[in-house]
Design a protein around this ligand. Structure first.
Ligand code: NAI
Length: 308
């Protein structure tokens, strides 16, 4: 039987994610937005691409949650994106109320769903969705690490002249400028990055990764959507096809990595049950300290939430 995915927010990221998921051809998609006609128009356009691109899902656009009933998975992208000069954390109050409201509506219609949060500030919005849904932590988590890692992998592939597919890397921590690209776990075709690229160049790529979202915002005037949409679809695949991929995602830590009661980016095993395992990666002392600093930055933003 075909799976059903609800994507809330028919903006740049939501529509790109919906298109990526539809093209996989194993799930139907419901696209929800508060703007009248927007999700309906996007759904019509996506359905009309099906015969050309060769997929057969039904994409439905809606302004309420009736059509979302019984979804296997809900992706939350609704909320404001950044504009130039803004940090992700500047969005916290506006997006808390949006994410809280849409999560409550979505889970009322789909009480067995898994919720994947995308709205920024991502780590804090995972707390909001977890609280609003009342779901266990395994079924509420966020997308950020795949995107941040994809940016790091792109920079490494350009620097080394190697295919991005052969760059293995992982970026941990909060989805902010203090995220932690784990250089000690980064290889190109199995060769440690530190053997291929001088330390100064590695540091420059780490910095560019940390500011990678802002770089796009400065060029476009709003945040990215192609790589984020693709990253969401990779998570959806791993969950709905029970692939058990080990991917960096934002999960609720309860003592893992020495962090308690905080959503943070860590490698997780993603399968039909959602986050099936938090994978422990050996970090250097510097990386551990950087992760703690990133946790501190996330705690500050989480402290602003009302969790009403
Ligand atoms: P966008 O402005 O293109 O789309 C957001 C959509 O949400 C709009 O269509 C808006 O009408 C809708 N919306 C607002 N309130 C709603 C509600 N109550 N119910 C239903 N829909 C509602 O923004 P974009 O670029 O798609 O970004 C969405 C969010 O994702 C932003 O917060 C952005 O910062 C975040 N983001 C997160 C990334 C990550 O790695 N986690 C990467 C890229 C963006």
């Amino acid at each position: 039987m075909r799976k059903k995915v609800t994507v809330i927010g028919a903006g740049n990221v939501g529509t790109t994610a919906a298109q990526e998921i539809a093209r996989r051809d194993y799930a139907d998609v419901v696209l929800v937005d508060i703007i009248e006609n927007l999700p309906q128009g996007k759904a019509l356009d996506l359905n009309q691409a099906a015969s050309v691109l060769g997929y057969e899902p039904t994409i439905v656009g809606a302004n309420d949650y009736d059509a979302t009933t019984g979804s296997d998975l809900v992706v939350v992208t609704s909320g404001k994106p950044r504009s130039p000069g803004m940090s992700r954390d500047d969005l916290v109050t506006t997006n808390e109320s949006i994410v809280g409201a849409v999560t409550r509506s979505a889970v009322a219609a789909s009480p067995d769903a898994i919720v994947v949060v995308v709205t920024n500030p991502l780590d804090a919005m995972c707390h909001v969705a977890h609280h609003a849904s009342g779901f266990p932590k395994e079924r509420v988590f966020g997308m950020a690490g795949i995107l941040d890692t994809a940016r790091f992998r792109a920079f490494i592939s350009w620097e080394t002249g190697s295919s991005a597919k052969d760059v293995q890397a992982v970026v941990l921590g909060g989805h902010g400028d203090q995220m932690v690209p784990v250089v000690s776990a980064t290889t190109v075709g199995g060769v440690p990055l530190s053997q291929l690229v001088a330390a100064g160049r590695i540091e420059a790529m780490v910095e560019r990764t940390r500011k990678g979202g802002g770089e796009v915002v400065n060029l476009l005037g709003t945040s990215a959507w192609y790589a984020p949409g693709a990253a969401v679809a990779q998570m959806v695949d791993s969950i709905l096809l029970d692939q058990k991929r080990v991917l960096p995602c934002t999960a609720l830590l309860e003592g893992e990595y020495g962090i308690d009661g905080l959503y943070m980016g860590v490698p997780v095993k993603l399968g039909a049950g959602g986050v099936e395992e938090i994978v422990k990666l050996e970090l250097t002392d510097d990386e551990e300290q950087a992760l703690e600093a990133s946790a501190e930055a996330v705690r500050e933003v989480v402290g602003v939430l009302t969790l009403a």
